[in-house]
Design a protein around this ligand. Structure first.
Ligand SMILES: [Zn+2]
Length: 475
């Protein structure tokens, strides 16, 4: 199906070949393509008109004549061919424009979905269907601010939203897939859940994609062949569309094909993460034994759902669960206890002594834990939660803060943290220091977080700190 860049290529190809030609006769072989007039009246109105220029808006092509314009929409399969007027009528040639110089322009359409309509010259954009259309991606009116304003209340997937011609003109299936990939936005994300920064990325990506596709002459996939044998080259620039099972050029993950709003949709499941909906997501973090579980209890007591990434990880690494086989394969049967379960104390010793082993475990665990956390958050929001707490020890290390609206780090003086850890886990001072040293320094976590809770004092003081931060979060 020709999209904006292909129609623009057709316009650029045909214009220099048609300007100055005068129509001698028009033969209509398929009535339903002509809108607004009977075929005889349509032909009579065009006779004697000379082609002044060719215009375009979205996927509509305009043949601008003396005092009228012919507006043509190619729909699925429409194509134009220039041939000598004496050539016999070929199959699927439904409208033939014969010029006074002995040449002819043939409209070819195997599906007969294309349309043609006459409008007064200069009134092309007043045509009802065109008037209802949004701005073109290249126009100044198309921006992140515009998309955010229109998308703010749209409860449909962002892909369907961008395919809507009343939102943006001429952005079709291929180019929406490419735009969303470049903007790192999952096509299924509901438009109303997107942040302003994401709309900005989408606007920039759409402009780049369309500009590049136009300069490449469009994309040649299956049915699209520009008139006169001119074909586009943008297919070599496609990063996700039609790239199923190929590695993502950004991350190496496998591109998948799915269906969104009835349209085949390609995406990288790693680069394009589906975001949860509205409702405040608070990421809670801290160092080992800095008092995270005490703050979790306070959030729960205040009536807010809390999910602890450590608990999710524990659950997912039980035998029979998704992480079990990968972890045992990576670290050997030495980490299994008498019941075949993973001995967390043994595994902890290994990974806290060896940075490479720690990274290996994180690479296995993070994607599954993250997916489970996001699914839980989405579920809580669907049930109407206004504030949900994701407690994630490696919040910043794992990049989970990008899914949070606010982040809270718990501060605790190093001396107290060390004592708590030794007592809680029954480990030596040396081992406790090693475990603390293996993490991002607590000071850095506090600097990165949007809020901080001080856990240096008494239980009562902690409660006061919590109440203060909660009031700020809810405001
Ligand atoms: Zn990727």
């Amino acid at each position: 199906m020709p999209e904006l860049p292909e129609v623009e290529t057709i316009r650029r190809t045909l214009e220099p070949r048609l300007v100055g030609k005068t129509i001698a006769q028009v033969d209509v072989h398929c009535e339903r393509i002509i809108h607004g007039l009977e075929p005889a009246a349509f032909s009579a109105r065009l006779k004697g008109q000379t082609v002044a220029s060719l215009g375009r808006f979205g996927k509509y092509l305009f043949f601008v004549l003396d005092d009228i314009s012919l507006v043509s929409h190619l729909r699925m399969e429409g194509k134009y061919f220039l041939k000598p007027a004496v050539d016999p009528l070929a199959k699927h040639e439904h409208v033939v424009f014969r010029f006074t110089d002995g040449s002819s322009l043939r409209y070819h359409d195997t599906r007969k979905f294309g349309t043609m309509e006459l409008v007064p010259k200069g009134k092309e954009l007043r045509l009802k269907a065109i008037d209802a259309m949004g701005p073109e991606p290249a126009s100044a009116a198309f921006s992140g601010a515009y998309l955010a304003r229109r998308g703010n209340t749209a409860a449909r997937p962002v892909k369907a939203f961008l395919l809507d011609q009343t939102v943006v003109a001429g952005l079709g299936n291929i180019y929406v897939d490419e735009t969303l990939f470049r903007a790192l936005v999952h096509p299924m994300t509901l438009a109303k859940h997107l942040l302003r920064s994401e709309w900005d990325r989408i606007a920039v990506a759409a402009k780049q994609v369309i500009e590049r596709a136009v300069s490449d002459g469009g994309t040649t996939i299956r049915s699209y062949v520009s008139s006169l044998g001119v074909s586009g080259m943008f297919q070599t620039e496609l990063r996700v569309h039609m790239q199923k099972d190929k590695p993502c050029m950004m991350c190496g993950a496998t591109i998948v094909k799915t269906v969104v709003g009835g349209r085949g949709t390609y995406l990288c499941p790693h680069c394009q993460i589906q975001k949860p909906g509205k409702g405040l997501v608070v990421g809670l973090t801290g160092g080992i034994a800095s008092g995270k579980s005490a703050v979790q209890r306070l959030f729960r007591k205040a009536g807010y759902p809390v999910l602890d990434a450590d608990a999710v990880y524990k659950d997912l690494s039980k035998s029979g669960k998704v992480l079990y086989n990968d972890i045992v394969a990576a670290f050997g049967s030495g980490i299994q206890d008498a019941f075949g379960e993973i001995d967390r104390a043994v595994l902890a010793k290994i990974v806290f002594r060896d940075a490479a082993a720690r990274e290996r475990l994180n690479a296995i665990a993070h994607p599954a834990v993250r997916a489970a956390m996001l699914a839980w958050i989405e579920d809580q929001k669907r049930q109407g939660a206004e504030l949900v707490v994701a407690s994630v020890p490696l919040l910043f290390e794992a990049g989970f803060e990008t899914f949070c609206d606010a982040t809270v780090a718990i501060w605790c003086p190093p001396r107290i943290q060390l004592q708590r850890l030794m007592k809680r886990n029954g480990i030596t001072r040396e081992e406790a220091l090693r475990r603390i040293g293996a993490q991002m320094p607590l000071k850095e976590k506090c600097r990165k977080a949007t809020h901080q809770i001080d856990n240096a004092g008494t239980r009562r003081k902690l409660h006061e700190e919590f109440v203060t931060v909660l009031a700020i979060l809810r405001s």
